[in-house]
Design a protein around this ligand. Structure first.
Ligand SMILES: Cc1cc2nc3c(=O)[nH]c(=O)nc-3n(C[C@H](O)[C@H](O)[C@H](O)COP(=O)(O)O)c2cc1C
Length: 216
């Protein structure tokens, strides 16, 4: 696939056909994604390919309350779990295509990051650090793009990150590692290609963030 076309049309896929994805394909995706950039080229990623269905179900039960809380928080200007915001709405038990069928998803990858290998450039500020994610999430997105190039689809999720402490022993997360993302992959039942995204002019300004609109 043409790269620009891929960038513009790779939507989240959460339901998959029964067609399996073999280990060689998963290896190939990771082999492509390992060329992602990271600060100092320290490549802080670790990947667990979760095959054990009992383990998957245990992990789904950790993710489910996070999902229910997320849904209960509803939509609004602030994301659920946004910094400095409490969720005061009750959780809503909502269906979730991934969690409800977690044993059947062809591929489940948990990506962890070795915090010792990430220079936390904004770690000293009076807000949660963010820039460190730039050393691990390009790798995650490269997995998704590499999958799309092979006719696969999937989605990057972070709900397990919220349950990281409970997941540590289940997945053997090493000390000083963080759960960066859980990625689900397979042959998508539907691949969304007309994606809803804001126009460049709505988020880009000249010189300063209160500057004149750029690219509008
Ligand atoms: C950092 C990040 C976290 C995400 N977490 C979740 C998640 O926990 N569960 C989920 O179903 N999708 C998750 N997604 C997928 C987003 O919901 C999806 O990318 C977005 O809604 C755009 O969907 P579209 O590409 O189909 O338009 C996440 C995406 C990113 C980039």
């Amino acid at each position: 696939m043409d790269l620009i076309e891929t960038l513009r049309t790779t939507g989240a896929a959460r339901t998959f056909t029964d067609q399996p994805v073999d280990d060689a394909t998963v290896t190939a995706l990771l082999d492509d994604a390992r060329f992602a950039p990271s600060g100092g080229n320290r490549q802080p990623w670790r990947v667990a390919v979760v095959k054990d269905t009992a383990l998957r179900r245990q992990l789904a039960e950790l993710m489910r309350p996070v999902w229910n809380a997320y849904v209960g928080a509803g939509s609004g200007p602030h994301a659920p779990f946004a910094f400095g915001r409490d969720i005061d709405a009750p959780p809503v038990a909502a269906p979730n295509a991934l969690l409800d069928h977690i044993a059947d998803v062809p591929v489940m990858l948990i990506v962890a990051a070795d915090l010792n290998r990430i220079a936390l450039m904004d770690g000293n500020l009076d807000r949660p650090p963010l820039a460190g994610g730039a050393s691990i999430h390009p790798f995650c997105w490269s997995i998704l793009l590499a999958a799309r190039a092979r006719g696969l689809g999937g989605v990057m999720t972070t709900f397990l990150s919220r349950a990281e402490q409970a997941a540590v022993s289940l997945v053997g997360l090493p000390a000083d590692h963080a759960l960066a993302a859980t990625i689900f992959l397979g042959h998508p039942r539907q691949q969304l290609t007309r994606l809803r995204r804001h126009e460049v002019g709505s988020f880009t300004t000249i010189d300063r963030f209160d500057g004149a609109v750029f690219g509008g």
